[in-house]
Design a protein around this ligand. Structure first.
Ligand SMILES: O=C(O)CCC(=O)C(=O)O
Length: 362
């Protein structure tokens, strides 16, 4: 089954000016800055403000940055990373024991079953060269009606525990970053806390298998899209065929893969919330060049990544933050309920292939 973008993850309908084609990529670490958030986690108000200023600048200029000194234990990351890798090495039938479906937007999605760019272009392109397993574990005190997470019937030993521990670590890092975001927006640090206690954050574990065959025309590992929640935390491999980010002037740029860092990017709801002051930016994962990684890496050009999509409580009202209003108190978007927005995106994702247009839903 070919799907487009799915619930609780990327896929926005940006203005066409945010689209590009054939733009040369560049390695531009300065355009996607690496920020040491250690002083935010343990520092004085002055130190926290200094970190928040750097974060705010990145959010205004490109909507992407990397964080180091984030406090997430490498053993937690490694355990989930190897468990996920072992899961993707299992036979297809085992991976398909929990399938992504219309009424269950998580679970397993196979090679070429998703086309992320469909939600921004409305065009039929070749399927993305990746497989994913998605899980929404929920908060420590989830709402009674939250969809119960479905774990694979068969999985490597310790899979559920390792993935849950990673999910909780990402939940904690997101909470730190949301406090930092609040400071950067001249708000009380706890501003976002009231709308995250029953969050629907989703962890997407991705596997981009070693490719030997050339891709079909236009085919990518993950086609261009933006995410649509509050923020995304990405852990990535330094493998051939990696992440590229759309810079407004420079075109596609490749953030350096910084050892131990998480890439952070904003989603569409954060862009709405901040009245477009902050950016939800297109990104993609390109295919490796012929022969790249062969003979030099044990896994060839195989790539692995984890994307943690931070989503609010479904009943959280997202409306222009007062400090972000345009002159005269003008907001560019009306209020929207986070869960409704999510469902709207789901509708786009599931009907667009049947001829619906993104604009019909915005
Ligand atoms: O694998 C990556 O580096 C990015 C994945 C991504 O953007 C997504 O799944 O939304």
């Amino acid at each position: 089954m070919r799907r487009s973008a799915t619930l609780l993850r990327g896929g926005r309908a940006p203005a066409l000016s945010r689209r590009t084609a054939g733009v040369a990529s560049a390695s531009a670490p300065d355009l996607v800055p690496t920020i040491d958030i250690g002083p935010f986690r343990g520092g004085s108000l002055e130190e926290r403000r200094a970190v928040a200023a750097s974060v705010g600048k990145a959010c205004r200029e490109i909507g992407f940055f990397q964080v180091v000194n984030h406090g997430v234990d490498e053993t937690t990351i490694d355990a989930a990373w190897s468990a996920s890798k072992a899961f993707f090495d299992m036979p297809l039938a085992a991976k398909q024991s929990v399938q992504m479906a219309e009424d269950y937007p998580y679970g397993y999605s196979g090679m070429e079953e998703e086309v992320l760019s469909q939600t921004i272009e409305g065009a039929e392109t070749a399927g993305d060269l990746k497989e994913t397993f998605n899980i929404c574990v929920g908060s420590q005190a989830p709402a009674a009606d939250m969809i119960v997470p479905r774990w694979p019937a068969e999985a490597p030993a310790g899979y559920r525990e390792a993935v849950t521990a990673y999910y909780r670590a990402m939940e904690g890092l997101s909470a730190d970053l949301l406090r930092c975001f609040a400071l950067a927006l001249d708000l009380p640090e706890e501003y976002f806390e009231g709308c995250t206690d029953q969050h629907l954050c989703a962890l997407r574990m991705l596997n981009y298998p070693h490719q030997t065959k050339p891709p079909r025309p236009g085919q990518l590992r993950a086609s261009p899209h933006s995410d649509y929640g509050t923020l995304t935390l990405l852990r990535q491999d330094d493998a051939p065929g990696g992440l590229q980010v759309m810079h407004r002037e420079k075109g596609w740029v490749a953030p350096a893969v910084t050892q131990g860092a998480f890439v952070v990017n904003l989603g569409d709801l954060m862009m709405r919330w901040t009245n477009d002051r902050w950016l939800s930016t297109l990104h993609q994962v390109v295919v490796p060049q012929p022969g790249e990684g062969e003979g030099t890496r044990p896994d060839g050009n195989r790539r692995q990544s984890f994307a943690f999509f931070h989503n609010l409580n479904p009943d959280a009202l997202v409306e222009c933050i007062p400090s972000c209003e345009d002159a005269g108190g003008v907001a560019r978007y009306g209020p929207v309920m986070a869960g409704d927005y999510l469902m709207m995106k789901h509708k786009i994702a599931t009907t667009i292939g049947a001829g619906a247009r993104v604009e019909d839903h915005m």
